[in-house]
Write a new protein. Sequence first.
Length: 323
Amino acid sequence: MTGISIILCCHNSAERLGETLKHLADQALPENIPCELVLVNNASTDDTIELARKEWAKHPAPIVLRVVDEENPGQVFARMRGVEEAHYEMIVFCDDDNRLIDNYLSIAWSLMSRNPRVGALGGQGIAESNVPLPGWFEANKSGYACGEQWPESGICTDKMFLWGAGLVTRKNILNKVFNPGFPMLSTGRKEGVVFSGDDMEICKRIILLGYDLYYDRSLVYKHFIPESKLTLNYLEQLNAGVLLATPVQRLYSYQIIRQRIPGLLLPILFIRHSFLYLLFRLGFPVGKRKPIINVLKVYTQGIRKIGKLHQAYQQIEKFSQQQ
């Protein structure tokens, strides 16, 4: 159905949800376009739902609030549930700490309506906190989904992914991305690691289905980051999560390159997505090189996580053959 479904995934979100809901209620909607807010309660144990209903009742927004439950913990499972329950074609993923500017939905609607081959649309994140941002934050802000995602507005498929924060896409595409016949290889947090691969996998699956990624700097959201996530220890967890997800991402990148640029150039272009390139990039997470053995250990954990690499790659190949 024509319209907008905002999917808000919540796990014990009571402390940060008020401002997120206020910014959603203040959205300037496209004329005559229905909109709903699908709040996915992802195994919360606090009063997230009670608070959400009370907060939403304070705002006379034309957006309908619906609450659905997903007991399987993990953001990717919550997003799957949200997509399954969504009534409308345009899907907007809003994290519980994202504060979308008031014209976010209207800009997104216009861009997606004019560009049917765009499968996913991303915007620009601005960091906010209740404490001053540390000196190292600027060099590492992309790990927090903050800053610009591409040098200019336009097609950015070559980047191969967009941040999940504020991501705009289409229900008919996500029905294929989340096809149960091809289970996601990235399944969210495991063993206390801030696993960060599910939004990248979603975007790479969208590319494999033949769609483009698009970045627009006029799409702006504020990302509230609490003091607890502005420590070097948390930053190390973020970087470990990226490294843990890398074996899966390399397999997808290889298939995308094969699909887009077959032939003799393939081995040369794939160097950009190789393990050595990864080591170079992740060796300097905070300006100080990590011991190579630590990097290798986490990367090996990522390989064990997906099992046999060739079987995982065969699944990716079969996924890309969907019509």
